[in-house]
Ligand binder design. Sequence first.
Ligand code: A2P
Length: 279
Amino acid sequence: MNERTQVTDATPIKTLPDAQTVTEVQHYTDRLFRFRVTRPASLRFRSGEFVMIGLMGDPDPKTGKQKPLLRAYSIASPSWDEELEFYSIKVQDGPLTSKLQHIKPGDQLILRPKPVGTLVHDALLPGKRLWFFATGTGIAPFASLIRDPQTYSDYDQVILTHTCRDVAELTYGRELVESLKSDEMLGELLEGGQDKLVYYPTTTRERSPKMGRITTRLEDGTVFRDLGIDGITPGTDRAMVCGSMGLNTDLKRILEGFGLREGANSEPAEYVVEKAFVG
Ligand code: A2P
């Protein structure tokens, strides 16, 4: 499955509060899809942040009133993009994604233009190497950050790890990384140094060149051997983590074991964490 539908010159018709118009939808698997929407002219955000998006819920059986059904979604597009991109799971009985998975170009969705989040450059102290650790749809904020030129001017090397169940679930990230090489603006930045952006995909339930959870590969040192790196140290390395509760808890322990401390917008440090949206 790799179906893509697109409209051009979409003009938002404001019938919903904070309405934006869907411009493109691409389905990757029966569990994953990507969509793009128009961007409110006034919306400014930092790469890695999230906004609340959603649809109107079903009418209340008693009052007939409809309430917006909103969830936090990382903006997957970079801040210079004139549209906004999102990458989503499809949960068949999920209150929002059971409906959201059927959106088509020209449809409207609700987007509250108040971006927030901790997976931002401002929450990290300066360093030399930046790690992005993602599982599943947790790659979304990093899809924004790997398209942000600041990522490459602030760091000598950027390593994006993505762990999914099977190979098809890696498609969005793989295609994105490939597309950067031929990108007019970013391609040049990536050529600047050898392996400026390293992509390290692993699968846990289907055979692929790199099998296993990223946590296991960090703990047994396989990642470092594969990449020819001595290890992770607070002097040089910074990390951003986005995945399930399990991944986030395990990686926090591993990164703290390497001596990294958790940062925040108000107090930058060596690593930051956010939970990937799962419903
Ligand atoms: P696994 O197949 O061993 O559960 P999901 O699709 O359920 O969101 O999972 C995405 C990926 O994250 C899967 O490959 C899954 O591996 C992996 N994963 C789940 N929990 C953890 C964890 N605690 N640490 C590392 N990887 C994890």
